[in-house]
Design a protein around this ligand. Sequence first.
Ligand code: MN
Length: 429
Amino acid sequence: MTHHKDLRSYLDALDALGDLAHITREVDGDMEPGAITRLACETDAPAPLMENIRGVPPGFRILGAPAARSSRKDMPYARVALSLGLEPGSTVPQIVDALLANRERPGIKPVRVDAATAPSRKHILRGDDANLDRFPIPFAHDSDGGRYANTWGMLIAKTPDGRWTNWSIARVMKVDGKRMAGLMVPSQHIGQIWGEWVKLGKPMPYALVQGVAPAIACAAGIPIPADVNEADYVGALWGEGIEVVPGLSVDLDVPAHAEVVIEGHVSIERDCPEGPYGEYSGYLGSESSMQPTFHVETISYRDDPIWPLVVAGRPADESHTIWAMGMAADAMALLRAAGLPVTTAWAPEESAVHWFVVVVPNHWRELLPDTTTEAFARKVGEVLFSASSLVFIPKIFLVDEDIDPTKIADVAWALARNCWSQQSSAAQP
Ligand code: MN
C-alpha cells in the first residue's frame, strides 16, 4: 500500500471509493460549509469537497470531514486507514496494530527539497498582501466566537534552543486578515514551547500549515510519546522523510506538499479574546478567554488551494475517530508494558469518546493464573486512569472477545448482560 504524500492524491483515493462528494454549486462563505460538514459527519456521508465558495477567488476550495467515518458501510474506517497508508478496508485492530508497530521504528527526519519547485510555494504573499481574507475560512458552528482558521491544520513551533520541534493541531480563531488568536494550554506541547519563548521575552515564530498529507494531520492529532517529533514519526510510517522547505519569514521548516502555509510570530501576552468554540462532546461552548495573538507575516499557497475543515460536535467526526485511534494505540502499549493480556481497545464514537472499551483474550486466566477478575480489572484501571492520553476518559469497560468494541450495539449488549448491581444480581435465578 502506498502512502499519500499530499492531500490531493488522498482525495483521488477517496474519489475511487465513492467517498468524496464534489459540491459544484455555489455555497455561502459564512455558514454553509460548517453545516454541510456537520451533516456529513452525523449521517456518515461522503466527505464534501466544496468547489465554488462565495466571497473568495475562483478555484479556492474547502474539504469537510477529511478523516471522519466513511460513507462505505463495508469499510467504515477507510479515511483513517488511507490517511495512514493502509488498505481502506482495514479494521480498527489492524489500524491500532499498525500505529503500535510504528512506535517501535526509529523516526526518520524530514528532508529539505528545492523551494523553487515546492507546490506549497507556488504563490507567495508578503506584507499587506499576506491577508487571511482571501482564503475560505467559514464559521464552523453558528455560535462560535469567530471563524476558526485552524481546525485540521498543522501548527509548527520549536523551542528557542532548537532542541524540540512540535507539530500539533490546536484551535486557532481568525480575528481579522492579519491576526489570529490561539488557545495556549500550558500542559500541551505547544503551550510548553510558547512558555519558553515567554520566559525569554521574545515572540514565538510559528507556521500554520493547511492541507498537509493526511498522515501528518493524523499523527498531530493522536498521542505519541512526548519525546518523539511528529514529523519523524510520520517519516517512520512512510519509510522516508517528509519533504520540507525553509520558512519564508521564520526559522521553521514547513511541508513542501501543503495547500496553504501561514507564517509569523505569536505574542508573549494573552492579549486577545478567543472562543467560544463547539466541542467534541457535542455541546457548543459559551466561554471565551484571553489568548496570545498570532500575527500573519507571509502566506504561500498551491494553485486552487484546498482548506480542510473539521467541525467538532455530535459523533462522529475526526475528534472521535482519530482521537479514539490514538488513545487505543497508547492504551495497548501501556497495558502490554504492564504485562496485561489485551486483544484490542477502542473508544466508541457514539460515546463521543467518553467510554473506553478494552477487549481481553478469552484465555486470560491461563495467562494470569493467580489473578482474580476484580484484581485484573483494577490493574487495567490503574494503568489507564493514570495515562495522560486518557485523562478525559471517565469510564472503562473490560469485555470478552465476543464483543466488537466498534459496534455500539455489541457494547450495549455486554453492559446490559454482564453489569449487575449487587441487588439485581441477587434477584437473578
Ligand atoms: Mn508533540
